[in-house]
Design a protein around this ligand. Structure first.
Ligand SMILES: [Cu+2]
Length: 455
């Protein structure tokens, strides 16, 4: 029986800070200890307790480090012993069911009579289908988006302008096969761009994750005045409700958001032209270079072209729908990766060209496209496009730093490369990038995100 003053400390991602206490499906290290030395070891049970009916669920594991897909076996609770000397006992935590837009999971250490002697709050923060967000999740996202738009930028008038200008500058310089030279780094570049955006939203509200617009289905909730806007009949104007935090969304010059179509009753992409998502059933290209253009040309271009308006041009991130559209393209890539086990960034099946830029353009392959090249703009280099016959003044050396996220890769001078974008769930290298999708589990392509028997 514990003494009244016995207290256990629990740390997620093994740091005392709580602003890294967010989980996806990937196992992350955690630890617990007595707050002060005791005369005896203390056995405790670790459990998670959800706050509210839609709360998330976490699993526990003790395992040889690291946890991999080969030894992944989460439990609903875990018996551990807190050592008398007050040293740490390590374990792993992983999301089993997504949270509802807040830290709604208490991770508790209980002594045998059921008394909790320590607790920390966490959430399973995953990217969800925008159509299925709760009111809380939608409101959190819109409020953060409204604040982000007016954040003071580092080298441009607003952070918003940084993003769409950067996309415009890079548009025909390697990030799209359709509008520049081949090959492109379309998929990893946009994955980094989205993650950069999502981390900036999380500075404003750490409970927010980027929703995706599942554009092979009609999306009446998303294309609504209460969410990303309803198209006004007979014009390209977009109506946003008076209570919508992003009401009046405009460009820096004051133009209001426009779209030529809405996808509230129609879907831009028919399900049967999604070979990439159906590839586990129907067969799909096996190697990255055969796959990336399918995502870009058939899938991504189709969605942009359907909506048009601001989404139709090189500065398409002016419309926040851009980020939800690209999250779905990224999710498509993630499904393909899962179906083909393409997490090894050193394999040309996962990404090519491999290696680093050799110093001259060969076969259209420019600096920034090789797996281990730092990508612009995060590389912060000027003129690294490397075209021998053009002035290298297309890319400006302005600061576009990847926002640091505690306990996660990519911050400071750990610049994004295509290779660092491949294994986003840490399946191969053991460190996740801090995002995941509601229908793509660490272990399988299952649809619910809940492992059978664990809820
Ligand atoms: Cu796009």
């Amino acid at each position: 029986m514990a003494k009244a003053q016995t207290v256990a400390l629990i740390e997620i991602r093994s740091s005392p800070q709580t602003d890294d206490d967010f989980l996806c499906w990937s196992p992350v290290p955690a630890r617990a200890k007595l707050s002060q030395p005791s005369s005896t070891d203390l056995p405790v049970t670790l459990r998670s307790a959800g706050v509210g009916p839609s709360a998330g669920v976490v699993g526990f594991m003790v395992s040889p480090s690291p946890v991999t897909r080969a030894n992944y076996a989460p439990e609903n609770e875990l018996q551990i012993v807190l050592k008398a000397d007050g040293s740490w006992t390590e374990f792993y935590l992983m999301g089993l069911k997504a949270s509802d837009g807040n830290k709604d999971i208490a991770v508790r250490a209980e002594v045998p009579d059921g008394t909790a002697i320590g607790q920390t709050m966490t959430m399973v923060r995953v990217r969800k289908n925008a159509e299925q967000l709760s009111h809380r999740e939608r409101n959190n996202f819109l409020s953060a988006l409204a604040q982000w738009k007016i954040m003071p930028g580092l080298a441009r008038p607003t952070r918003f302008e940084d993003f769409f200008t950067t996309h415009g500058d890079a548009f025909s310089h390697g990030i799209h096969s359709a509008f520049g030279t081949k090959p492109s780094n379309f998929l990893p570049w946009h994955r980094a761009f989205l993650l950069n955006f999502e981390r900036e939203l999380q500075f404003i509200d750490p409970t927010v994750s980027l929703p995706y617009w599942k554009f092979d289905e009609p999306s009446p909730r998303l294309f609504n005045a209460d969410f990303l806007g309803a198209k006004v009949l007979g014009s390209n104007e977009v109506d946003l409700a008076a209570t919508n935090p992003i009401r009046g969304w405009s460009s820096p010059s004051g133009q209001l958001l426009t779209r030529a179509r809405a996808a509230d009753t129609l879907a831009p992409i028919a399900t049967d032209v999604l070979p990439a998502l159906a590839c586990s059933m129907h067969g799909c290209p096996d190697v990255f270079r055969q796959t990336t253009d399918t995502f870009e040309m058939n899938y991504h271009n189709g969605a942009h072209g359907f909506i048009q308006g601001w989404l139709g041009g090189a500065t398409s991130p002016r419309d926040p729908l851009f980020f939800l559209l690209h999250a779905n393209v990224d999710r498509g890539w993630a499904h393909w990766q899962q179906a083909r086990d393409r997490y090894d960034s050193a394999s040309n099946r996962s990404y090519s060209p491999e290696g680093v830029y050799p110093g001259s353009v060969q076969g259209g392959m420019r600096e920034g496209l090789y797996a281990n090249d730092e990508m612009w703009p995060w590389s912060q280099k000027q003129g690294n496009w490397g075209t021998p016959n053009e002035p290298d003044d297309d890319w400006l050396p302005y600061r576009f730093s990847f926002p640091p996220a505690l306990g996660l890769p990519l911050s400071g001078t750990d610049y994004p490369t295509p290779a660092k974008m491949i294994d986003y769930m840490g399946v191969f290298r053991g460190a996740d990038l801090g995002f995941c999708y509601d229908d793509l589990h660490y272990m399988s392509g299952g649809s619910s995100g809940v492992i059978a028997g664990e809820q």
